[in-house]
Design a protein around this ligand. Structure first.
Ligand SMILES: [Zn+2]
Ligand SMILES: [Zn+2]
Length: 206
């Protein structure tokens, strides 16, 4: 998968997990923003996954052994839901020449890319511990995380950043599943209704 912008949403991660479980070798090349700790930790769980970084990447191309899509679309949930994109579907059987050239170009990009190590990282800051120490047990933290994009946001202004909130508010589904805890930023199934992991819920209540 060649995608400058990369966002590991819950659904996307589950599909990668299914593929990895079937021993599919997955290679992802990206080139823009850094991955969030949760995304990195999720990818680290997958066997047979190689992640490459190439700064000047602009191509978007997705393929397996037999089929390929060359497209304008990044592997990014926002693009999937909001942008008008186009792409061409190519099969190795019908378009062998184009297919092989695109595969060769991808290998050439990989040659110039940096292989990203995916050892699990632990957050080196702990907003809960800090806030609990300075404010006393159970006091809510000043800053939390957007439960969709993991951006740091004021804790008291709801569990979404402004951008994600405006997307969420088009549907206003309080149970829509997100993947980040509003309190500690760790990977957790959350929602507008239940934005906290169990530990944060125990500490801060609602
Ligand atoms: Zn957000
Ligand atoms: Zn939490």
């Amino acid at each position: 998968m060649v995608s400058p912008y990369l966002q590991i949403s819950k659904t996307f991660f589950e599909r990668l997990k299914d593929a990895a479980a079937k021993s599919v070798e997955i290679k992802i090349i990206y080139g823009k923003d850094e991955l969030k700790p949760n995304e990195r930790n999720s990818l680290a769980e997958l066997k047979n996954l190689e992640l490459y970084y190439f700064e000047n990447l602009h191509a978007k191309c997705y393929f397996n052994e037999t089929e390929m899509v060359i497209t304008s679309m990044n592997m990014y949930e926002f693009s999937e839901k909001n942008n008008r994109e186009m792409g061409v579907h190519i099969t190795k059987e019908k378009d062998a020449g184009i297919f092989e050239k695109a595969v060769a170009e991808t290998h050439s990009i990989i040659q110039s890319s940096e292989l990203i190590g995916l050892a699990k990282t632990k957050r080196n800051f702990s907003p809960i511990a800090k806030d609990v120490k300075s404010n006393g047990q159970g006091k809510k933290p000043k800053r939390g995380y957007c439960i969709r994009c993991e951006e740091r946001i004021p804790y008291d202004m709801g569990p979404y950043c402004l951008n994600c909130f405006s997307v969420w508010s088009q549907y206003e589904n309080p149970e829509y599943e997100e993947s980040v805890c509003h309190g500690c930023g760790e990977f957790e199934v959350t929602s507008m209704e239940k934005p906290l992991c169990y530990d944060c819920y125990k500490q801060f209540g609602k």
